[in-house]
Design a protein around this ligand. Sequence first.
Ligand code: SF4
Length: 282
Amino acid sequence: MKEAMFYTKLENKTVKCNLCPNECIIENNNIGICRVKKNIDGILYAISYGEISGYSLDPIEKKPIKDYKPGSYIFSIGSYGCNLKCKFCQNYEISQGNPNTLYFSPNEIVEKAKKYKESIGIAYTYNEPIVNYEFVLDCLKLAKKGNLDNVLVTNGFINEEPLKELLKYVDAVNIDLKAFNDNFYSKICSGNIEPVKKSIKIAAEMTHVELTVLLIDNLNTDKNELISMFKWIKKIDNTIPVHLSRYFPRYFMKNPPTKNSTMLEVFSIAGKYLKNVYLGNI
Ligand code: SF4
């Protein structure tokens, strides 16, 4: 457990967390939406600090990161918790559940990463690394000192100041762009799109960015909406790699898997605006 970095103390031992756009107001002895920030006597703590639910040596393409050191392997770690509540979450056991964890210090994580000789560094993935901000930032800094690469896989739902601090140490980031309308973000993910769009713009200025769009038939596959999305990405940089990923039923969402024909059609539309489009889960 470590004191959280971004919060404001309010009256009666209540605090306001400023890490992500949820900006939770948390009363004494309560936790935030992400479940990993707890107010204890008016101090906000990162209670998941160092709690690792899983690690593995993965191909970088699995993140997915396609155009940064292709063909390499990366030591990948995850914890638990998330600041969104996507009904289709592909990793809900750790993002919304309470998995078994083992404690590692940042130093132990970096040392472990170095032992994998094929690994280029550390990927912060599996659950949402933003909510484990304090631990991830400590690891990022240590990894950089040890000449390791840092890769972040995130929903991009974070406030500007903490994001900029984090990205100083990040070599490549994959950000989910879950749809191009606020209705989808609010109804299906319990979030909103504007902070994610802002994060993508900031990240594109600071590091190597790739985007993942999980396509779900009839929910985020409206052609005009997708064209608006691809045009928006093109305006930032038409070389940003975009991964179109096929949805499969998970967690609360029972809709059938996205049709292959949809995947191919969207791939073809995206290719009219963007130079690097990839299909995933197909
Ligand atoms: S990081 Fe967690 S506690 Fe903080 S605002 Fe976001 S959801 Fe709430």
